[in-house]
Ligand binder design. Structure first.
Ligand code: AMP
Ligand code: ZN
Length: 474
């Protein structure tokens, strides 16, 4: 496969250290709040990458951390721990909110068909590994202790800015946004490996260390967790583009200084999801979640379909209108699949092979998911038996994970159940749905709820979608 590598700024042939095996690391969520759908865009695209590598025959081991300590509100090491802020907001302990939002994250992932990585490791479970790595960096002369904190010394490196060639003024980036500088640092770009001192003295979780009672910096977590589970040589590291600097830059600095050799071969960065008013972030701006999409009647897989329609290296602008378009296209695609007859068999191996090659060409060319989706339409149009089309769609959807066969099956079942229902009953249900819509329009929500309850007593379940109200019986 060809994959764009942020390190070389080029599309490269993907060649892992060990033939046939891929060691893949993903920066996991900071669990102080729900994931927003921007975060989830990154996890969706990483999921397709992982599944495509598996589809291509690689034995993939994927590791993800859960950031439950050390991720500060500023990149300049002077902020407050985001977890502590979240705990205070909710009057709970850090560990309580960590558990709650970790569970919420995986529940969202399940709804979006994002596979859980082989290893999921909370940072707070790896304190001894962090201490070993920080000690190793001190022993090798890459770190120093200043007033209780341990810092990585970036002046010891030949090249610190591995992803970009920053200009002198960009060196200020480490202290951007008018954030005050940490006077203990020898160089502006140095970063904290282990904190015992911060102006926020009420840090809830602290551990004994050779440098005093304290807690790890965010960057050391990913390096140490990756090395713990994937060893000294990593093939692929993923994250959103905002992680490239300083987080991934610092990960590379400390991992290579510690190991004494190059560490990760390929860096995969997903561009942001933005709203019309700007970037989506957990701390500010519009906060769109999977639950909100569901409340508004969208199937979460429609959001996945929306994401696959764009390339991961382009910023994507979210709007309800764009999501409505995706919902309509998704429904149409499912209907076309539902119309296929699984009993219609017959072979045309050549056409199937050509379609497989097309799918490979799309995904294998820097994960072109929108072209991959287009191949599904080509399958539907191809001179193949319906059974073969269904098999191919199932195969490709093993990578895209749009739940197409299940959705088509549900549609088929609903269609075959419908004629069995007595016509008078159907007319009554539709009449009641129309009355409910009118009540809602007139803002008479009590009446609308009463009609819904009456239908429910008749065994009719309603689902509001952007295209109108759907119902199921029984
Ligand atoms: P966090 O939970 O803040 O540590 O972020 C989890 C992941 O989401 C990281 O890989 C971030 O780079 C990524 N991310 C953050 N904001 C966005 C966004 N607006 N669009 C896409 N990915 C994002
Ligand atoms: Zn990370």
């Amino acid at each position: 496969m060809k994959l764009y590598n942020s390190l070389s700024h080029e599309k490269e042939e993907f060649v892992p250290y060990t033939p046939g095996k891929v060691k893949m690391y993903t920066c996991g969520p900071t669990v102080y709040h729900f994931a927003h759908i921007g975060n989830l865009r990154t996890y969706i695209m990483e999921d397709v990458l992982e599944k495509y590598l598996r589809y291509s025959g690689y034995d993939v081991k994927r590791v993800m951390n859960i950031t439950d300590v050390g991720h500060l509100t500023s990149d300049a090491d002077t902020g407050e721990d985001k977890m502590l802020k979240g705990a205070r907001r909710e009057h709970k302990t850090v560990m309580e909110i960590a558990q709650f939002y970790t569970d919420a994250f995986f529940a969202d992932c399940a709804k979006l068909h994002i596979r859980t990585p082989d290893v999921v490791e909370p940072a707070t479970h790896c304190i001894p590994e962090f201490i070993t790595m920080v000690q190793g960096l001190l022993d090798r002369g890459y770190a120093y202790v200043a007033d209780g904190n341990v810092y990585f010394d970036t002046s010891k490196l030949d090249k610190y800015y591995v992803f970009h060639n920053f200009e002198a003024e960009d060196l200020e980036v480490g202290v951007r946004e008018g954030v005050e500088a940490d006077e203990r640092k020898r160089n502006k770009t140095d970063f904290v490996l282990w904190f015992t001192k911060s102006k926020f003295e009420d840090q809830e979780l602290k551990w004994e260390s050779p440098w005093g009672l304290g807690y790890p910096g965010w960057h050391i977590e990913c390096s140490a967790i990756s090395i713990k589970h994937l060893g000294e040589y990593l093939d692929l590291h993923c994250g959103g583009i905002d992680n490239a600097f300083p987080h991934h830059t610092n990960e590379i600095a400390q991992s290579e200084a510690y190991l004494g050799h190059p560490w990760c071969k390929y860096w995969f960065h997903v561009l942001h999801l933005n709203t019309a008013t700007g970037k989506m972030s957990k701390s500010s701006g519009e906060f769109l979640t999977v639950s909100l999409l569901e409340e508004k009647g969208y199937d979460p897989l429609v959001y996945r379909f929306f994401c696959l329609g764009s390339h991961y290296r382009k910023a994507l602008v979210f709007s309800w209108e764009a999501l409505d378009n995706a919902a309509a296209a998704y429904r149409k695609l499912v209907s076309r699949i539902a119309a296929l007859d699984p009993a219609a068999t017959g072979e045309n191996a050549e056409t199937a092979a050509a379609l497989r090659a097309q799918f490979d060409e799309a995904l294998g060319n820097d994960l072109n998911t929108s072209l991959g989706v287009t191949v599904l339409y080509d399958v539907l149009k191809a001179p193949l038996s319906d059974a073969r089309k269904l098999a191919l769609i199932g195969e490709f959807d093993g990578v895209l994970s749009l739940g197409l066969l299940d959705a088509a099956e549900r549609e088929r079942e609903a269609a075959s159940a419908a004629p069995a229902a007595d016509d008078a009953l159907t007319a009554k249900i539709e009449e009641m749905i129309a009355q409910r819509a009118a009540a809602k329009k007139a803002k008479d929500y009590a009446r609308a709820d009463a009609i819904r309850a009456e239908l429910s007593a008749m065994g009719v379940t309603l689902k509001d979608t952007p295209a109108g109200t759907e119902y199921t019986i029984g």
